[in-house]
Design a protein around this ligand. Structure first.
Ligand SMILES: *[C@@H]1O[C@H](CO)[C@@H](O)[C@H](O)[C@H]1NC(C)=O
Ligand SMILES: *[C@@H]1O[C@H](CO)[C@@H](O)[C@H](O)[C@H]1NC(C)=O
Ligand SMILES: *[C@@H]1O[C@H](CO)[C@@H](O)[C@H](O)[C@H]1NC(C)=O
Ligand SMILES: *[C@@H]1O[C@H](CO)[C@@H](O)[C@H](O)[C@H]1NC(C)=O
Length: 510
């Protein structure tokens, strides 16, 4: 979208949200006994909303003039301000006010317990799916159990990462969620009177209604012990897709402690200007698991191989790193990333926030990147060490912090297409198609090899990288649908198009 379109888009979105606030209020007024003092409180709020709106319009105008410029020498479409701060306001404002007063009343068909598997972002998407599944089966959901045995080995519970009371309250007009089973039902579970199973991956709602619901009814309590990708990307009713979004963008908030620290990091960064979040997934587990050792020395290669064989649940053991890299199946190395960002024309002085754990090979491998971009920062360099004490040994809480910064950034660049890359991309689309560069690794490594072998000049290399990615910036587009090949489709959470305000469609409110 070029400037004017984007402006129109934001304005429409804002008007829609203002309207939503209005409607929520009317409904609240209708549904509750309102005293005079509350009435005047609403008046004050209404005036506040109007004031905020006029501030917003002015901010928009300022943003157009003074927006941060991350790209040098790109056509104006790529230069525009991302309106991140405004988008942040738009996000937090309705989230605060939209707490439903009404509780959905339905005949409870049973209890659903779920154990999520994987890292933070895989579990995030799974939680959205499980809430949705519970809602459409009319069952009661118990707050999901998080994975404590995955590679990340984080003992955090749901309540240590997410605001559990907000989760329950914000969704109460859709589904009943309990922190734990009622005592009588808990007894049954302790006596082993429940059913346990992993649901089939990429299923549709008919599967849950026709296969799973009868099991819940029969056993009263059903435990789904695997949750990753259990709901299809496509072919689901609109109301199902919208509920998935509502859980993701409204029901799931991190704990106040994590949110506060995230805001702090973002404000430290903002004070100094625009910032790019680089999800540099160049961590030991990723390299060992994928077998990608391009640029590693022989000792490192050996270490990675040893680690891969040590983890029984990593099925693939014999891997040809170079073949895999050429197929585009390896995360970009720090060196490849430095070349790519430079070729894209990213300003050398931009703040480059590394959202990742420890980079394999440490400073030695980071050198190319820090040479090309002197302002490389990370949470550990921006915050006092003591600020991170509460989450240091909890990788999911650290990941949550990076998530918040990544969502807010002026530009987000992931170096592989894992769950964080995809879920953050989707969240940024929701916040107004904030720029996410979807690097094509197969294309890039081929070009990088040609450039480093001297077959391409820098200018040709750079213009090819720019041209190829000019349409891969997270702007509005349709999800790719491939019947019977869900893994090859675009992931629902990377582009939840049913919940996005596309220009050519009527306004939709989630
Ligand atoms: C869920 O409850 C609603 C409203 O009570 C009802 O219309 C719907 O048929 C129920 N669905 C199932 C699967 O029980
Ligand atoms: C899930 O439950 C089934 C049935 O009890 C069991 O066979 C399977 O190993 C469990 N899977 C996990 C990941 O716990
Ligand atoms: C749901 O999936 C089943 C296979 O599990 C398929 O037979 C059915 O046609 C699908 N239903 C819809 C509405 O897509
Ligand atoms: C984190 O774990 C390490 C070793 O596992 C320990 O030495 C350290 O004290 C822990 N830090 C905090 C803040 O709990």
């Amino acid at each position: 979208m070029c400037k004017t379109d984007k402006f129109v888009y934001h304005r429409k979105l804002w008007e829609m949200k203002v309207r939503l606030l209005g409607e929520t209020k009317v409904e609240k007024l209708r549904n509750s006994f309102v005293s005079r003092s509350r009435m005047s409180l609403w008046m004050i709020r209404a005036v506040t909303v109007l004031l905020l709106w006029s501030c917003f319009v002015h901010l928009m105008a300022l943003g157009e003039m003074w927006g941060p410029r991350l790209f040098k020498g790109w056509p104006s479409c790529f230069n525009q301000h991302d309106l991140s701060t405004v988008a942040a306001d738009m996000r937090s404002l309705p989230a605060k006010i939209a707490l439903p007063l009404k509780v959905r009343v339905y005949q409870n068909n049973g209890y659903l317990m779920v154990s999520c598997n994987g890292g933070l972002n895989q579990m995030r998407a799974a939680i959205c799916d499980m809430v949705t599944v519970a809602r459409f089966m009319n069952v009661t959901l118990v707050v999901p159990e998080l994975d404590k045995t995955s590679f990340w080995n984080d003992p955090s519970e749901f309540k240590d990462i997410f605001d559990v009371d907000h989760f329950i309250t914000s969704l109460r007009d859709e589904v009943r969620i309990l922190k734990e089973l009622p005592p009588r039902v808990k007894k049954r579970v302790e006596l082993g009177m429940y059913h346990e199973m992993p649901p089939i991956s990429w299923s549709n709602m008919s599967y849950y209604q026709n296969q799973i619901l009868p099991l819940v009814k029969k056993h009263k309590v059903l435990h789904l012990n695997k949750t990753d990708s259990r709901l299809a990307n496509n072919g689901l009713p609109l109301e199902v897709q919208k509920l998935r979004c509502r859980v993701n963008f409204n029901g799931l908030k991190f704990t106040p402690q994590i949110e506060e620290l995230g805001r702090r990091v973002v404000s430290i960064l903002r004070e100094k200007g625009p910032f790019l979040v680089l999800h540099l997934r160049y961590e030991m587990d990723m390299l060992a698991f994928s077998g990608c050792s391009h640029g590693c020395n022989p000792e490192e290669e050996e270490e990675l191989t040893r680690m891969r064989y040590a983890y029984p649940w990593w099925k693939e053991k014999v891997i040809n790193s170079e073949v895999k890299r050429k197929e585009g199946l390896c995360p970009l190395t720090p060196e490849e990333t430095a070349l790519t960002l430079t070729a894209l024309g990213i300003d050398r002085n931009v703040q480059l926030y590394i959202a990742a754990g420890e980079i394999y090979g440490g400073e030695r491998r980071m050198k190319a990147l820090t040479d090309a971009f002197p302002n490389v920062v990370r949470k550990e360099t921006l915050l006092d060490s003591s600020d991170l004490d509460f989450c240091r040994n909890h990788s999911s809480q650290m990941a949550a912090l990076d998530y918040l910064v990544a969502v807010e950034s002026d530009m987000f660049v992931p170096t592989n297409d894992g769950n964080m890359a995809r879920v953050v991309e989707g969240h940024r689309r929701f916040l107004g198609f904030k720029k996410t560069v979807q690097l094509n690794r197969k294309f890039l490594v081929k070009l990088i090899d040609e450039y480093t072998e001297g077959l391409l000049t820098w200018d040709v290399f750079s213009s090819m990288v720019k041209a190829f990615h000019s349409t891969r910036m997270g702007s509005p587009k349709r999800r790719l649908v491939i019947p019977n090949k869900p893994k090859e489709e675009d992931y629902f959470y990377a582009n939840p198009q049913e919940c996005l305000q596309l220009l050519d469609e009527p306004l939709r409110v989630i």
